[in-house]
Design a protein around this ligand. Structure first.
Ligand code: PHE
Length: 357
């Protein structure tokens, strides 16, 4: 007679000692097709009826005990493994964030975010366009006829000539996005356009790549008064001063008429530049009423619609606000500079929360 008690206690001891991988081997060795219990079950066929009945009952009971023990052990080992994993991967969500480890926001990005926040509050949407442009969008549509001398002032980077003689170029200003927006979207239009611009110029105060932000408003009754109000509001909010003298000086751009350059008041007393009332003026942007020819080139009827546009250099207004003395340092990728002038990533500029901290 087979010693079922021995089989049972050995099996239970094996199960109790097994780890997750070993447990499967143990299961196969006992209950698998060629397992010990399975073999015993098979041997029932050779027994007489009485003997088979008793042995069958005993074997089935043993089989139940063993499968239950296997299931319980498996459940326990699974739970232990999960606990270990949870302990290993635990994250303390109550810990304060450590933005210091994430690096710094570049002053250019910060300034763009601030400008977008200010104009966003006034109802402007952000528009974008490609850095590589064609002559039509960068010049012709903006009322620079072919051969116009103002084209030469743009120090344009051209790409190699194509078979039809035309050349792509790197946009020299963000104004081509005015054209793209007007050709795509029916008025009223109110957009702000930040982006990279390129001119073949490099010295103390010029880098071949720089950034501009363009504004465009087109509606039926938009006037120069709106342009002035909008820019004065911007200057006060951006420089975070209550009163800034703002001066509109007549100027020329082919795509605006009349055109103006905007100066803001500042003082340089004691060698320190301060934005606000003072004896000096600083030029910060170009603007004007969109030229009727530009509206026409973009499929907008100048007898029905009019509007204003402005464009300014991001580096310039960043330098003025944050006291960054040298333009070229913006693009030197010096981590010490970035750490000094950069911004903490989680301090996203908003008008309610503060532009820059
Ligand atoms: N595109 C002009 C420049 O780069 C700036 C500008 C934009 C002027 C819009 C008037 C209106 O100098």
């Amino acid at each position: 007679m087979i010693d079922l008690d021995r089989i049972r206690s050995e099996a239970l001891a094996d199960i109790a000692a097994a780890d997750l991988e070993g447990l499967e081997t143990t299961r196969v060795a006992l209950l698998g097709k060629k397992g010990a219990i399975t073999a015993l079950m098979r041997s029932l066929g050779d027994m007489g009826p009485e003997e088979r009945r008793n042995a069958g009952l005993a074997l089935n009971a043993l089989k139940d005990v063993i499968s239950t023990a296997l299931d319980q052990r498996k459940a326990r080992l699974d739970a232990e493994r999960l606990d270990q994993r949870l302990a290993r991967e635990r994250v303390d969500v109550t810990q304060p964030a450590r933005p210091d480890r994430v690096g710094r926001i570049h002053p250019i990005s910060q300034t763009i975010d601030e400008v977008v926040a200010i104009f966003g509050q006034m109802g402007f949407a952000v528009a974008e366009g490609p850095d590589i442009e064609d002559d039509f969008h960068n010049f012709t549509a903006l009322n620079f006829p072919p051969g116009h001398p103002a084209r030469l002032m743009h120090d344009t980077f051209f790409l190699p000539e194509k078979s039809d003689g035309s050349r792509f170029l790197l946009r020299t200003h963000t104004s081509p996005v005015q054209v793209r927006t007007m050709r795509k979207q029916a008025p009223p239009i109110r957009v702000i356009i930040p982006g990279r611009t390129y001119r073949c110029d490099s010295d103390m105060t010029h880098t071949p790549m720089f950034h501009q932000v363009e504004g465009l408003v087109i509606d039926k009754t938009t006037t120069m008064g709106h342009l002035k109000g909008c820019l004065i509001e911007f200057v006060k909010t951006y420089f975070e001063v209550d009163e800034v003298p703002v001066r509109f000086r007549p100027s020329f751009f082919p795509f605006t008429e009349p055109s103006a350059e905007v100066d803001i008041g500042c003082s340089r007393a004691g060698g320190e530049l301060k934005i606000g009332a003072g004896a000096d003026w600083l030029e910060i942007l170009g603007c004007g009423m969109v030229h009727p020819n530009v509206l026409r080139n973009c499929g907008i009827d100048p007898d029905e619609y009019q509007g204003f546009a402005f464009g300014m250099g991001i580096e310039r207004i960043a330098m003025l606000k944050y006291g960054i003395p040298d333009l070229r340092t913006f693009f030197e990728s010096d981590l010490r500079w970035l750490h000094h002038y950069g911004f903490v990533p989680l301090d996203v500029p908003t008008l309610s929360g503060g532009l820059a901290r």
